[in-house]
Design a protein around this ligand. Sequence first.
Ligand code: PEP
Length: 249
Amino acid sequence: MQKLIIANWKMNGTVQDAIKWIAELQKRLDSILPSEVVVAPPFTALYSAQVILQETPFKLAGQNMHWESTGAFTGEVSPLFLKEAGCQYVILGHSERRSIFGETDEGINKKIITAMTLDLIPIFCIGETEMERQEGQMGFILENQIRKGLKGLHIHDISDLVIAYEPIWAIGTGLTATPSQIEETHGYIRNFLEKFYDAPMARKIRILYGGSVNENNAGVILKIKNVDGLLVGGASLDAQKFAKIVKSG
Ligand code: PEP
């Protein structure tokens, strides 16, 4: 399966930054990419990015959305707006959304259902805290997030789904999970999906790793069994570094 590498800019990057970044990335990568490459700039840069991305193999993602398509939800962004701005993907349930903005598994489930209905592919983020890992709770936490986040969805609906495993203690901290921790956890998630759903279909779900990925560790992580790609935060802001990450696939 082709690897999927996603740049999550978080709340960084103006329209001008996005234009420059895309041009820089294009310069550094061949038109035939080893991996599928997706960029998630802030909402305000999506439309301008789409205009330039049309000439490139890169794709676009939103960083969040509301579960309703229209209505009295001041300040929210509809999935229809994301589609209009050219997004094929949307990041949902990022740990920063959960911990800073109080997003719940139930709300994330509603968003995943809406996204799938509207043909936006969710990049569904899950992950445990450092304490949960130390207390041996990791398996329970991840299973619980998956069960609740995917409640009501049939395996045939979710074979396109992307799961991003992002240990919370590794996000933006410079502390990458070790290859053996990543292999163990991705194996655990894959096994759970195969048991919970139909096994051949569950094998189609892409499981990405995220958490302090950079141009030096990406190559090793991408070779780990059951790692189908990367969700990259901080290191994705620099087009030169991100290009190196893509090339290591
Ligand atoms: C993220 O924001 O999804 C992320 C993994 O961030 P970082 O790469 O900076 O740890």
